[in-house]
Write a protein that binds this ligand. Structure first.
Ligand code: S3P
Length: 451
């Protein structure tokens, strides 16, 4: 797992064609929520298709520490929940590893229970801002004692007599929204979250599925989400859809790798997640949606991506940012192979992900021969066109799975190989990345030469 093992240097070199089917793992956001909501329901929730990446496994371990039981039998995870307000006080520090989603959602879920818990993570997570979550949790009556700058390790004292909250999120963040909603579960009355820009809505959909009374309305102030506190959550049977954010990697690899034709089946196209695919199509990508259908109220399709040598740089609309926030690193790698400039405004949040993703990508892209401009909340990549991207460098993955995968995808089409100093973090979200990509024909290997 990231930050815990020896670094795993990896290398990608010119490949092609990529062919076949890419069965990517379960959705990370929905997997975290399945375990947390399962732990807050009364009775047994069953989950198949769970992402067994380190981030989600860390959330599972945390749920056990709060008193839920869970085990895997066959392909199914069985989660025995303790009910809303039923969390026990953990007798150990909760280590959420690399996962911002894990720690922020769990802080929300415990903040209105009369218990204390101490949270920590790896070097990446311990450098990320937590005040965005602890500020609204304080309104419920919870207290947070962390390091300066609101960083982990941090102890949260849950509110004994929680108050319901009305909160307008100052940053577009599904993690903040979800933390407030999960805290609102154990507050009496109505908790309201207002978001100016709609972010991924898995928490709202899943809370409704578990039987909470929750409603979303689009108004002048943005999206207003109202949750009635103290519901009894009913256990569910959940099939986790495949992750569009993981699908992005084989899709983008196929677009830039000569003669490729790859099918990525069963990908959720929830509009709050599918912005990358729209963007790629606007750039001229040969990316089609096959077998469009509805599953569990969510649009799902098989994605077919074919080599697209005539990509054009575009202006990515800032209002699309939330629906593709995790996909900018791999988009910037694809943009290197487009003709002209790809401009990406409205993305300040990229600076506080597992790494500063604008800086991490800009440094690596420049070293690989690509011009990048950046400001506080925007960046642009000057594409050189297919067949003209030098590559040939080793890039730091900075404990960030998506940085590592993005540069490895890029290396499939650069003139000289791309190396990352540590592919270990990939296991947090996409543990089968290497074998899946190799199965399609990609030359991605562990590099035995020290990086
Ligand atoms: C997530 C929300 C996003 C995203 C993260 C998963 C979630 O973070 O980057 O990978 O599951 O709620 P923010 O809410 O901080 O934008």
């Amino acid at each position: 797992m990231s930050g815990h093992g020896d670094p795993i240097p990896m290398e990608a070199c010119k490949s092609g064609p990529l062919r076949g089917e890419a069965h990517v793992p379960g959705d990370k956001s929905i997997s975290h929520r399945s375990l947390i909501l399962g732990a807050l329901a009364v009775g047994e929730t069953r989950v198949t298709g769970l992402l067994e990446g380190q981030d989600v496994l860390d959330t599972g371990r945390a749920m056990r520490a709060f008193g839920a039981e869970m085990e895997k039998r066959g392909d199914t995870w069985h989660v025995h929940g303790v009910g809303v307000g039923g969390f026990a006080e953990p007798d150990r520090v909760i280590d959420c590893g690399n996962s911002g989603t894990g720690v922020r959602l769990i802080m929300g879920a415990m903040a209105t229970a009369p218990i204390a818990a101490t949270f920590t993570g790896d070097a990446s997570l311990n450098s990320r801002p937590m005040a965005r979550v602890t500020d609204p949790l304080a309104l419920f009556g919870a207290r947070a004692y962390g390091r300066s700058g609101g960083r982990l390790p941090m102890t949260i004292l849950g509110a004994r007599d929680p108050l319901p909250v009305r909160y307008a999120t100052p940053v577009p963040s599904a993690q903040v929204k979800s933390a407030v909603l999960l805290a609102g579960l154990n507050a009496p009355g109505e908790t309201v979250v207002i978001e100016r820009e709609a972010t991924r809505d898995h928490s709202e959909r899943m809370l409704a599925g578990f039987g909470a009374r929750i409603a979303s309305e689009d108004g002048k102030e943005g999206r207003v989400i109202t949750l009635q506190g103290r519901p009894e959550l009913k256990p569910q049977t959940i099939t986790v859809p495949r992750d569009p954010s993981s699908a992005a990697f084989p899709v983008c690899a196929a677009l830039i790798t000569e003669d490729s034709d790859v099918l990525v089946p069963n990908i959720g196209l929830n509009p709050t997640r599918a912005g990358l695919f729209t963007t790629l199509r606007e750039m001229g990508a040969d990316l089609t949606y096959e077998n469009m259908r509805d599953e569990g109220g969510e649009p799902v399709a098989d994605l077919r991506a074919r080599f697209s040598p005539d990509l054009r740089g575009i202006e990515v609309p800032p209002e699309r940012a939330a629906s593709m926030i995790d996909e900018y690193p791999v988009l910037s790698a694809v943009a290197a192979f487009a003709q002209g400039r790809t401009h990406m405004p409205g993305v300040r949040e990229l600076r506080v992900k597992e790494s500063d993703r604008i800086d991490a990508m800009a440094v690596g892209l420049r070293a690989a021969g690509i011009a990048v401009d950046e400001g506080d909340d925007w960046w642009s990549v000057q594409g050189r066109g297919f067949g003209d991207v030098p590559g040939g460098v080793t890039v730091a993955s900075r404990l960030d799975h998506r940085i590592a995968m993005s540069f490895l995808v890029m290396g499939l089409a650069t003139e000289a190989p791309m190396r990352v100093d540590d592919g270990g973090p990939i296991a947090t979200s996409f543990p089968i990345f290497e074998t899946l990509m190799q199965g399609l024909g990609a030359s991605i290997i562990r590099d035995t030469v020290p990086a």
